[in-house]
Design a protein around this ligand. Structure first.
Ligand SMILES: [Fe+2]
Ligand SMILES: [Fe+2]
Length: 147
């Protein structure tokens, strides 16, 4: 995953510090995801106050992760960000999910069915995301060209 991310960043020369900022951002992103999933579970089990704790922490992790991305120069102009988004979604569609699906098929783990479903549902959505970003990119490009 780190590799895909780095490809998206297209930093030819990554300093150790930027590598660490990237790792830290990924860690914060995972923490956010985890806390949101835990909040959902807490709600299901009837603990709304605990759900709120998880959601508050998730919000803070998001801020930390964004700060890391900004510090490494990851966030650029909206035009460049749209290009990055198209590239990232495309990579998930072409490389990441297909290879994960193939590996789940050949490994045949106990949770194969749920894993395959998770991969396939996400991959289908990435296609919609890619189209959405591509459309926005073309539109913005035209707007900027007209200026
Ligand atoms: Fe954090
Ligand atoms: Fe996506």
């Amino acid at each position: 995953m780190l590799l895909n991310f780095v490809k998206n960043v297209r930093l030819s020369m990554m300093s150790k510090t930027n590598e660490n900022l990237l790792k830290a951002a990924q860690g914060e992103a995972f923490a956010r995801l985890k806390y949101m999933a835990f909040a959902q579970k807490a709600l299901e089990e009837g603990y709304p106050e605990i759900a709120q704790l998880f959601e508050e922490a998730a919000g803070a992790e998001t801020v930390h992760g964004i700060t890391h991305l900004q510090a490494m120069g990851f966030v650029k102009s909206t035009l460049e960000n749209l290009q990055d988004a198209v590239y990232g979604e495309q990579d998930e569609i072409d490389e990441m999910y297909p290879s994960m699906i193939a590996e789940a098929e050949s490994e045949n783990p106990k949770n194969k069915d749920t894993a395959l479903k998770a991969f396939k549902v996400a991959m289908a959505r990435e296609k919609a995301h890619k189209r959405m970003f591509k459309r926005a990119l073309r539109k913005l490009q035209k707007q900027l060209d007209a200026k």
